[in-house]
Design a protein around this ligand. Structure first.
Ligand code: FEO
Length: 169
């Protein structure tokens, strides 16, 4: 059975993951508006991934006999000055999510909630991957600067991302 404090924090994380999905959907729309279809497709994968994260927390709270209570999802920003600024925003956002996950792990340890701690380890690893993949794109965009040929090449590369829903364990 989940303790109240842990349940509240996990509910907040459901909201944070939903917000991530909403923010990335807003970015997808931005990339569509500037005709960068590959970046937009990459963002769609990100939208689905964040929804999947949110549902992982949702299912875990229920599995542990807790109660999910949904809250308001904040309004995301709607435009960015450049693809680089959008991706720098994603990187800052993911670093913030990493802190949230670390705080949840700290709480699980304090509460001696070993099951939640084990559940959270998947997210600890996931955040390392997320920060690395976004950081790589930020670096490429910095190299590209104002070179439109480079941007179109990267756009084509980004379109190759395929998101597959993980199979039930
Ligand atoms: Fe759900 Fe991008 O962390």
């Amino acid at each position: 059975m989940l303790k109240k404090k842990m349940m509240k924090a996990l509910n907040e994380q459901i909201n944070a993951e939903m917000y991530s999905s909403y923010l990335y959907l807003s970015m997808e729309s931005y990339f569509q508006s500037v005709s960068l279809a590959g970046f937009a497709a990459w963002m769609r994968g990100q939208v689905q991934e964040e929804l999947m994260h949110s549902m992982k927390f949702y299912d875990f709270v229920n599995e542990r006999g807790g109660r999910v209570t949904l809250d308001t999802i904040n309004k995301p920003e709607t435009s960015w000055k450049s693809p680089l600024m959008a991706f720098e925003h994603i990187l800052r956002h993911e670093q913030m999510v990493t802190e949230l996950i670390n705080d949840l792990v700290d709480l699980a340890i304090r509460e001696k909630d070993h099951a939640t701690n084990i559940f959270l380890q998947w997210f600890v690893t996931e955040q390392v991957e997320e920060e690395a993949s976004v950081g790589e794109i930020v670096d490429k965009l910095k190299l590209i600067k104002d070179n439109s040929s480079g941007l179109f090449l990267l756009d084509a590369e980004m379109s190759k991302r395929v998101f597959t829903l993980p199979q039930p364990e």
